[in-house]
Design a protein around this ligand. Sequence first.
Ligand code: BV8
Length: 230
Amino acid sequence: MTNLVILTGAGISAESGISTFRDDGGLWAKHRIEDVATPEGFARDPELVVNFYNERRAQAASVAPNTAHKALANLEAQHQGDLLLVTQNVDDLHERGGNPHVLHMHGALNSALCASCDHRWPAPMRMLVADSCPNCSAPMARPDIVWFGEMPYQMDRIERALSKADIFVAIGTSGNVYPAAGFVEMASHYGAHTIELNLEPSAVVSQFDETRFGKASETVPQWVSEILNK
Ligand code: BV8
């Protein structure tokens, strides 16, 4: 039984029409990280940040999963052995593509969080700064997103899976953001075979055993069919 850990980034959603962060014209070209993806930015201008995520929630709802998402759903449905799909993405394209169990380590657009009591609830399409928590009524609703300087979710579970992985695959991520960019080193340390599927070399490409360049809509179905036909 082969245990798989798969990490995805913005590149897997690019062909669905969702902007990546660091490609030309990407999200960070239009907004400063400090202003829209940090707790300090949210404290400084909550309206700007809530609307930044409202725009992304609407964009995600207007696009469809692509063949790469569907290939991973097929893999999860057929693969014998453990499979953990960890995504840095906050869109729900993996779920809509058919993966029932997705670990959103950087949070999710469709979830809202109370900054006072930690209650989570399904986010409305448009959140308002004044939204109050349905649990404690405090006017402390925020996007359920892990901003820079905040601890990504379920790190213990991810590290446990990496320690047992036979294969670690990173798909469509530039390897700029930690701790996610450090997963390949951890997987290698535990003896996993590591593969990078990306449009261009990531910042940590040298740490992978194997790299395949190309669009996710081509490289992911190809890799999945190899794994399933082994
Ligand atoms: C934390 C939510 C500490 C927001 C995001 C070392 C260790 C630990 C931390 C750090 C460290 N060094 C620095 C840090 C701090 C920081 C960090 O990493 N900074 C970087 C910029 C240097 N990390 C943090 O702050 C993290 N938190 O460390 O907490 C802590 C400790 C104890 C207690 C409390 C706290 C939190 C990081 C999470 C931040 N939130 N997302 C949002 O989404 O709005 S990260 C953000 O970048 C995105 O969410 C995205 O998930 C992430 C990574 O981007 P990618 O997915 O890789 O996208 P990118 O555009 O960069 O690349 C796209 C790739 O796709 C490219 O390679 C491209 O070639 C490829 N591609 C394009 N098209 C295609 C394609 N591939 C295939 N097919 C295609 N068609």
